[in-house]
Write a protein that binds this ligand. Structure first.
Ligand SMILES: Nc1ncnc2c1ncn2[C@@H]1O[C@H](COP(=O)(O)OP(=O)(O)OP(=O)(O)O)[C@@H](O)[C@H]1O
Length: 308
């Protein structure tokens, strides 16, 4: 079963064009949808989740017309939105039991088995009796995934799930997603490049409502190989470099800027070649650059580049 999105566009009543002719093919496994704030990720996720209609375009899941069969799609869907509220006084077990009932698990013994298995899977079995109001961010996200998994969905959408998690909770959460993504379509929407690098065999970058790049991380990395150069420099030199080169990222190492530029040839002997990482691809693409061998239409107007 594959998710096919064709020519999807959406303009909100305030005139914002959140989706602009978006087309994507998403096979089973983890799919990373990367983009900066306001790129249109949540608009796309909500549309796939049947929570809003586009102006034009089609979405199919296998043989199912997603936009015309909302009820059938919801039976196959698990959705973890960017923000979700939980009654703080209920225990994890009660919350999950409630959602499992909503998903159609009406027989109490079968539902208890599912709830137990889900709590075990997301590593919350020990916290099952605790009120969710006292949960940490990571625990809440894991409970959110357990809710999304109730009813054994074929398509799972998770919108910015790792923002605000500490490194160990983030690692735990990504591991859980990797396990889940083995037999289903899992769309991970995020602005965190590392989430996609660590998890997703397929990815797309969306910016200003358009798919500006789609492909496999290894393939898109190969597309910029040999054209990323690094140099440590002073802050004054950085300003001059911005005027003459395509600066794609700047990181501080011990307080000094370490700069990556995109160039077909070594700018001068002070620059050293680097193996590109996905962040180089991301910022190069957002700046309107193209990647050899990847699909997508480059951003017409480039946003400001990342700066320190
Ligand atoms: N209901 C709405 N009405 C009007 N404009 C909206 C609405 N929802 C989103 N937008 C606008 O559409 C654009 C895309 O927003 P969207 O939330 O889809 O992006 P995003 O990539 O998910 O960003 P973020 O990570 O900040 O949530 C933004 O300019 C946003 O302000």
């Amino acid at each position: 079963m594959q998710l096919e999105i064709r020519h999807l566009s959406k303009t909100y009543p305030n005139g914002v064009r959140a989706l602009d002719d978006v087309s994507l093919s998403i096979p089973p496994g983890m799919f990373g949808l990367l983009g900066p704030n306001g790129a249109g990720k949540s608009s796309l996720m909500r549309t796939i989740a049947t929570l809003q209609q586009p102006d034009t375009g089609t979405i199919t899941l296998g043989d199912l017309d997603v936009l015309k069969s909302a009820d059938a799609v919801r039976r196959l869907l698990g959705y973890l939105p960017q923000e979700f509220g939980l009654y703080p006084n209920l225990s994890a077990e009660m919350v999950l039991d409630h959602f499992a009932t909503l998903k159609g698990l009406t027989e109490s013994k079968a539902r208890r088995r599912v709830v137990d298995a889900l709590l075990e899977q997301v590593n919350l079995a020990d916290a099952r009796k605790k009120a969710v109001g006292g949960f940490s961010g990571g625990m809440k996200q894991r409970l959110g995934i357990a809710i999304a998994l109730a009813g054994d969905p074929r398509l799972i959408i998770v919108d910015e799930p790792t923002a605000g998690l500490d490194p160990s909770e983030r690692y735990r959460f990504l591991n859980l997603l990797a396990e889940i993504g083995q037999e289903r379509i899992v769309i991970l929407s995020t602005h965190i490049v590392d989430d996609v690098r660590e998890l997703c065999p397929r990815m797309a970058i969306i910016n200003r409502g358009r798919v500006v790049l789609a492909g496999e991380p290894t393939q898109v990395l190969a597309g910029v190989a040999g054209r990323i150069w690094r140099r440590e420099m002073s802050r004054d030199e950085l300003e001059a470099t911005r005027a003459t080169h395509e600066v794609i990222s700047v990181r501080l190492v011990a307080g000094r800027p370490v700069v990556h530029v995109f160039a077909d040839a070594c700018p001068d002997p002070r620059w050293v070649p680097v193996d590109p990482d996905l962040e180089d691809v991301y910022f190069h693409t957002l700046a309107g650059g193209t990647i050899d061998g990847a699909s997508g239409s480059p951003s017409a107007d480039a946003p400001a580049l990342q700066s320190v």
